[in-house]
Design a protein around this ligand. Structure first.
Ligand code: ARG
Length: 455
């Protein structure tokens, strides 16, 4: 392709380090779409003839079929997807094929292909996330009133509903969708026509190719257009945050299905057994989702490190942008889909969750609030009195509700029978009606609102 200036061929190891075809073949559909748009524009602008244009387009169609059907012979000697396709086009369309690369460079070509690929990945991931959100919403609705211990420091803190807990993830994943949408919006400017780096002397129509490829507008600066990889960084950044969210949920699933909790059960479809311990059912899918966050964060890190300190414009370093991005996109989609299946199949042990709320004096805050409301104590003092009641219950080895009124009055003589009303967990969660609180009715409203947003 560029042999005119060269007398010898590359060393074998040069070919190996230089070639990207083993991974950038994944860009073939985007590469062909970009070439078709470029070709149609060249014809319309009278830069190449109609006949040549037709021969190129027919050849590209044929190549697309050959690749899709696994009949295309990729060659490492031809370096990358762009040159593999162009060389095959030459075999099919002859002379005409050589005209396709007019007013174009592999630099604007690869930037365009890769943007189109990342845009498709964003759209695919968003579809996967919608399914995951739907699964979370179904479970949240079912368990709008299922009580469980809400934790801080992994210690029982206050009773919450399981539905409310799941809805926290709905919020997190909805922000992830927002970040992806934001990335897509900024990504959507077309590099094609920036050529090698400086633009071109041909009278091209960049608005036309941009429109054809579904971009909002052509990228405004040719130097930036060929060296910008912000779109991949933003995708990986949003992806890394998403991966962290998935990992946190995965960790909770691992905890919840462990012997210490037994809050949930996972299906056969999303667990594995042990080859030696017949009783085992391991949450492998959750553990792998938890771990794969490492890959995605690593990919983001890798790309930033490749780009840092690169002078404008294109450098071959930038060929190293693809593998981490492909790998992260694959992992993210896999994790989201696996999480969706795991949640859909998950059974909830309401009994165990309720039993766990009986430990840890979990309604102590309700008791303190009652002292404020019924006796007019300042909250700080109510907190102190409640602490003393907890200590009393602890020495007697019982829960707060099991203390007799006489016992309680040794701490605070003005206490009345009414205090027992606030010591139950159902009353506790039902009373948390402040906006964003855990009351079952709040959860149902939040589910309905999230469903509305998802439609
Ligand atoms: N395979 C290259 C990449 O992925 C394509 C662009 C090559 N451009 C160049 N001037 N060598 O970055």
């Amino acid at each position: 392709m560029w042999g005119g200036r060269f007398a010898g061929g590359p060393a074998a190891v040069m070919e190996r380090i230089n070639a990207s075809i083993d991974f950038d073949r994944r860009l073939y559909a985007q590469d062909i779409a970009g070439s078709k748009a470029h070709c149609a524009m060249l014809v319309r602008q009278g830069i190449i003839g109609q006949q040549d244009g037709d021969a190129i387009l027919a050849g590209l169609d044929q190549i697309e079929r050959e690749i899709a059907e696994g009949r295309f012979a990729f060659s490492t000697a031809l370096e990358d997807i762009h040159m593999n396709i162009e060389a095959r086009l030459k075999e099919i369309a002859g002379e005409a094929a050589g005209r396709l690369h007019t007013a174009r460079s592999r630099n604007d070509q690869v930037a365009t292909d890769f943007k189109l690929w990342v845009r498709d990945a964003v759209d695919g991931l968003d579809r996967d996330l919608r399914d995951l959100l739907a699964a979370l919403l179904d479970q949240a609705e079912r368990h709008a009133a299922t009580v469980m211990p809400g934790m801080t420091h992994l210690q029982p803190a206050q009773p919450v509903t399981f539905g409310h807990h799941l809805m926290a993830y709905v919020e997190m994943l909805s922000r992830d969708r927002g970040r992806l949408a934001d990335c897509r919006k900024r990504l959507n400017e077309c590099p094609l026509g920036a050529a090698a780096l400086a633009g071109t002397s041909f009278q091209i129509d960049r608005a036309m190719t941009s429109r054809t490829l579904g971009f909002d507008r052509p990228a405004a600066n040719s130097l930036d257009a060929v060296s910008d990889r912000d779109f991949a960084c933003e995708f990986l950044s949003a992806g890394a945050i998403l991966a962290v969210h998935l990992s946190r949920l995965a960790e909770e699933i691992v905890l919840w299905c462990s012997d210490g909790f037994r809050f949930i059960g996972l299906s056969d479809a999303f667990t594995t057994g042990s080859s030696i311990m017949p009783q085992k059912r391991n949450p492998d899918a959750a553990e792998l989702i938890r771990a794969k966050a490492g890959r995605v964060i690593g990919a983001f890190n890798a790309l930033l490190i490749v780009l840092k300190g690169l002078p404008l414009t294109y450098g071959k370093d930038m060929q190293e942008d693809k593998e981490p991005t492909f790998e992260a996109a694959d992992s993210l989609s896999l994790c989201v889909v696996a999480m969706t299946g795991m949640l859909r199949d998950m059974t909830v042990n309401e009994e165990a969750m309720r039993r766990a709320t009986e430990a840890g004096f979990i309604t102590a805050t309700d008791l303190a609030d009652w002292l404020v409301r019924a006796l007019g104590l300042p909250f700080r003092e109510a907190h102190h009195v409640t602490g003393a009641l907890v200590r009393l219950a602890e020495t007697k080895g019982c829960g707060l509700a099991e203390l007799t009124l006489a016992d309680m009055r040794t701490v605070e003589p003005r206490l009345t029978e009414d205090v027992y009303d606030v010591l139950g967990v159902d009353r506790s969660v039902a009373s948390r009606t402040s906006f964003g609180g855990t009351a079952p009715d709040n959860v149902r409203q939040a589910v309905a609102a999230a469903r509305e947003r998802l439609r």
